[in-house]
Design a protein around this ligand. Structure first.
Ligand code: ADP
Ligand code: MG
Length: 697
């Protein structure tokens, strides 16, 4: 970094201890950080707007004579004094209103004086006003010069004023002009893409010369911004790649190349793997051969068959004498995995053990002992897996299912359960289908596999939107379907944060449906029930003794009951599209025609209907996620934990997606040894101390 820009902000004149402290609250301690504190917007004080042409809502600079000035009172609760100042400039009139003023100000705002103001013009009852504008008294014959640049408006904090920030910034921009910053991007690359240098770009963003610049900046189209967006994306990616490089140098369990278990397992299955499943399996087998810790993300739409792929990944690890842990976000799902793994692995002589929150007392101690001594080879569980009391004998592979439900810290806690100095292999599975380019940006530290094919014979789930007013008809349909031996889900949603309310809603619906459909066996499952109760209900649904299962979104992930062919979702508008898609993925798993009915209020807004139509018209999770991203933004769709959104300063992952491939190229270029210095500079500029909290590990 350039020496001058490393200097502390207090080396600027006018920055004393107090100001220094306030700047620190904005994360600014060095000149360099100050330069990257970019304006939020700009104000045009380069010209004076005649009063006659003022329009409501405009923020403008005006200059006029005071015609009249006086205090009046208004009543609002208690009466308040109000200073009203009437102005004219020969083209029109304007009234200023001040609610807080002192005698000095009142004196200066006296009739006959000239004034220059900056503020927002508003039309109030037929006349134009400004409330509390910035102003100065001027001499009409020798007015102060107008600004030649547009005025930046910076993010500030309590007690730090725009004016003081602008003043020190002006000093700093002068220094920048004289001394310049070392270019952080390869020169040739900048020229190729017609981007300004780092120094020019900062000058433009702090002091745009004209409205054309400002318009481009405001629509985030200005090359000066683009270069910084690309920089930040690249820096983010570089930090992940570097982290990745560090991990690849760590010791990992060495996995023997042996297919014996796999052959046996495959021949016991009732189905053939899809080509996509086979491809992904080959991808992680390659990883094992590299003898570096595997870090692989497997994405596959709901029902694409990730579980069997995970099971196959565990086999060589177990054959090599290591343990494998599979962590799922809910007990329902963990139980289901337990059953599958038991079915698949028992004949291979592999010992499968589950561990959940519900395991207590002696039972738990016994399980923990089996895990600690290595007798348990395949361990399936929930968050219970990384609790302090659990220690593994030789953890070789971690599989995380539905990774968006876990935080980075939870993943790391499990990772620490491996032996000292050993980085276990990791397989991370998700059904939240993130568009590939976005995934590559957010997960640059992970290798990426995609199961982009559903098992054959799956029929699309016919989806329709039905008004609550047709609830009675719907009840009849439910009754008919049950009579035909079909099974249904009835999903109750409420604002997700309130699990209590959601459960109450489900209980109420359950009671009502039991009254309306007395001949049908109805079950209820929600998040506040005990694990054993939940399991009992799910099992009863699986074996067909329950025909209609009323549930909250606890069944969102994983639950696999092929005979269930109809899903009714109440108030689907409360859920994200990807979440509805996940829910809907619970049906359409068998070979019967299946349906999803979205039960909505009578008067949906246009926007909500449009969102739901996306679900109705599309079956492909990737397309749905793409639309959901456009509508709700990356943070919402993937969970802030995953995007680390807070860690982007100017990048918006949805808005800026057109730069992803550029950033990818650039990151590759900068990873070359010859570019080490620029790489470090970029990381310093954009990631800095945050690198210490890097996402993976
Ligand atoms: P998800 O990717 O949503 O986790 P699962 O692993 O739960 O999907 O698989 C969904 C269902 O599809 C399961 O019943 C599973 O046994 C079945 N399945 C998986 N792979 C295949 C395949 N190649 N052919 C047919 N059925 C399959
Ligand atoms: Mg799954």
């Amino acid at each position: 970094m350039d020496d001058w820009s490393r200097q502390d902000v207090s080396t600027l004149s006018g920055v004393g201890p107090k100001l220094k402290e306030k700047l620190a609250r904005l994360g600014i301690t060095s000149k360099q950080q100050m330069l990257f504190h970019l304006p939020l917007r700009y104000e045009d004080r380069t010209q004076i707007t005649p009063l006659g042409s003022l329009q409501s809502g405009q923020r403008v600079l005006i200059q006029a004579e005071i015609l009249q000035s006086g205090v009046s009172f208004r009543r609002q609760g208690r009466s308040r004094r109000l200073l009203l100042v009437k102005l004219a400039d020969g083209t029109g009139f304007l009234t200023l209103r001040f609610f807080n003023f002192n005698a000095g100000q009142q004196n200066r705002l006296e009739k006959g004086n000239w004034i220059r103001c900056f503020g927002e013009a508003r039309l109030v009852m037929g006349s134009i006003e400004m409330v509390h504008p910035e102003y100065e008294i001027i001499h009409p014959d020798t007015p102060p010069p107008l600004d030649s640049y547009l005025t930046p408006v910076y993010p500030v904090t309590d007690g730090l004023h725009q004016l003081s920030l602008r003043k020190i910034m002006r000093q700093l921009i002068l220094q920048l002009g004289e001394l310049g910053l070392t270019e952080t991007l390869p020169l040739q690359w900048i020229q190729q893409h017609h981007l300004p240098s780092v120094t020019q770009a900062l000058q433009i963003l702090h002091n745009p010369r004209n409205l054309d610049d400002v318009q481009k900046i405001q629509s985030v189209q200005h090359p000066a911004q683009q270069r910084f967006i690309i920089e930040e994306l690249t820096a983010h990616r570089l930090s992940l790649l570097q982290r990745r490089q560090q991990i690849s140098r760590l010791h990992c369990p060495s996995i023997n190349d042996s297919d014996d278990f796999e052959q046996k397992l495959l021949s016991s299955l009732e189905f053939e793997l899809t080509a996509a499943q086979r491809r992904v399996i080959n991808e992680f087998k390659q990883d094992y051969r590299l003898n570096q810790p595997m870090m692989r993300l497997i994405q596959g739409d709901v029902g694409s068959g990730k579980t069997i792929v995970a099971a196959i990944a565990a086999l060589p690890v177990i054959a090599s004498g290591y343990q494998c842990a599979l962590m799922a976000p809910t007990e329902i799902l963990a139980q289901q995995h337990m059953k599958n793994f038991y079915t698949w692995f028992a004949d291979l002589g592999i010992n499968v053990v589950s561990l959940m929150g519900a395991d207590k007392g002696k039972k738990r101690t016994l399980k923990e002992q089996q895990i600690a001594c290595g007798e348990a080879q395949m361990i399936v569980g929930t968050h219970a897996l990384f609790q302090a009391s659990v220690s593994f004998n030789s953890l070789g592979l971690i599989i995380i299912d539905e990774q968006h439900r876990f935080g980075v810290d939870q993943r790391q806690a499990l990772q620490k359960k491996a032996d000292d100095n050993i980085m276990p292999h990791q397989l991370i599975m998700t059904a939240t289908p993130i568009p590939r380019t976005l995934a590559m940006s957010v997960y640059a530290d992970l290798d990426y596999s995609q199961i982009d094919e559903l098992p054959p014979g799956r029929k699309p789930v016919k989806t329709s939107i039905i008004s609550q007013s047709k609830r009675d008809e719907l009840i009849n349909k439910v009754s008919t379907a049950c009579a035909k031996g079909q099974q249904l889900y009835w999903v109750c949603t409420l604002i997700e944060e309130s699990e209590v309310l959601q459960c109450e809603a489900a209980e109420l619906t359950y009671e009502n449906l039991r009254k309306q459909l007395p001949d049908i066996n109805i079950g209820l499952v929600h998040g506040r029930m005990k694990a054993a109760e939940k399991e009992q209900v799910i099992n009863a649904f699986k074996d067909g003794s329950i025909q209609l299962l009323v549930a909250t979104t606890v069944i969102e992930v994983g639950v696999d009951v092929p005979n269930a062919s109809i899903m009714i979702i109440e108030n689907p508008e409360r859920l994200g599209l990807s979440q509805i898609h996940q829910l809907r993925g619970r049906v359409g798993r068998g070979n019967i025609d299946s349906f999803c009915l979205l039960l909505v209020k009578a008067n949906l807004s246009r926007q909500v209907s449009k969102r739901l139509e996306v679900i109705r018209n599309h079956q492909d999770g990737f397309i749905i996620a793409e639309k959901d991203l456009e509508i709700r933004g990356a943070g919402e769709v993937m969970g802030t934990r995953q995007t680390g959104e807070a860690s982007f300063r100017i990048v918006d992952l949805v808005r800026d997606k057109r730069w992803f491939s550029q950033a990818e190229q650039l990151a590759k270029l900068l990873m070359e040894d010859t570019n080490a210095q620029q790489r470090q500079q970029l990381l310093d500029n954009w990631i800095g101390f945050k690198a210490a909290y890097s996402d993976v590990g």
